[in-house]
Design a protein around this ligand. Structure first.
Ligand code: FES
Length: 104
């Protein structure tokens, strides 16, 4: 997946390039984009594991109204990563209902 660079009716401002850490992997992104957006561009689309079925889950509503994108961010579990913006040095990890799936 790639970022939209040119759009017929929308302008995209290119903000400052920053870095987040996803399970120990450094990911470059731009200030102002959501965590899910940054992860998607890096090829990471599995955001968590279903508590009951253990099946992988990815982006669903993208407006903060479900639980598909819940991740641990800076040590805080259950963050809706589709509506939270990246911050330089942020750490992000996948989780299931019992906690973090992957240690750094
Ligand atoms: S994808 Fe539904 S709350 Fe984030």
């Amino acid at each position: 997946m790639d970022r939209i660079k040119n759009h017929p009716i929308l302008d995209f401002e290119k903000n400052e390039k920053i870095t987040i850490s996803f399970e120990g992997r450094e990911i470059e992104c731009f200030r102002g984009e959501t965590i899910v957006s940054a992860l998607s561009v890096a090829g990471i689309t599995t955001l968590r594991e279903n508590v009951k079925t253990h099946r992988p889950q990815g982006l669903f509503c993208a407006i903060g109204k479900c639980s598909s994108c819940l991740m641990e961010v800076n040590g805080v579990p259950n963050v809706r990563t589709c509506i939270v913006l990246v911050e330089d040095g942020m750490t992000v990890r996948r989780q299931n209902g019992k906690g973090v799936l992957h240690e750094d």
